[in-house]
Design a protein around this ligand. Sequence first.
Ligand SMILES: Nc1nc2c(ncn2[C@@H]2O[C@H](COP(=O)(O)OP(=O)(O)OP(=O)(O)O)[C@@H](O)[C@H]2O)c(=O)[nH]1
Ligand SMILES: [Mg+2]
Length: 201
Amino acid sequence: MYTLFSGLYRYLTQNEEYCVVILGLDDAGKTTYLEAVKAAMSKDYKRMDPSRITPTVGLNTGQVETTGIAIQFWDLGGQAELQTLWDKYYSECHGVIYVIDSHDRDRIEESKEAFDKMIRNELLQGVPLLVLANKQDLPDCMGVREVKPIFNQSAHLIGPRDCMVMPVSALTGEGIVEGLNWMIDCLKRNSEVRPPNVGDR
Ligand SMILES: Nc1nc2c(ncn2[C@@H]2O[C@H](COP(=O)(O)OP(=O)(O)OP(=O)(O)O)[C@@H](O)[C@H]2O)c(=O)[nH]1
Ligand SMILES: [Mg+2]
């Protein structure tokens, strides 16, 4: 009986937390995406005016709670000199969201190179990876059908980890919830390999 109640008490008072790092080139829309996630997950959240978001220098964080778990997001700066800081977060993250500016054809190869360097890192082996083709609201942007084959060239580096390419617009909110739900399923499925952090509510 004691075991039953102590188990129930722990279930009610402890919170499982997963950490997800948001990566991608500067201007891809990572911080705008995180604002869209917060707005989608919390009715009371007052979203920052997108035009007031400035380039991230260092780390921008945000937390959302859903279906009994908390997700801590680490939104990092994407400028070339800041990309050297990305790997400091790899060992502690449970998932990666990689954001692409689908409207910027000139930088898609640069984005792919940064992506390859990131997934080559052993610390990210087996970690679920969500690739977001962002800025789908812009005319003439690359759709998933165009983006996917470019990133699929790295299938040998991606290996058996969960990986998905999805279309989103961080500005309009299109695709935000679908992507997040996919990531949450993967985080839970992978929790034996990368267990969540457990803390008190
Ligand atoms: N049209 C459109 N613009 C977007 C979208 N997402 C972001 N932007 C714009 O893209 C620009 C860069 O957005 P940020 O969110 O600051 O980009 P970031 O990836 O965080 O950039 P760094 O912090 O420098 O790495 C801003 O002008 C945003 O308004 C989108 O879905 N559609
Ligand atoms: Mg940013």
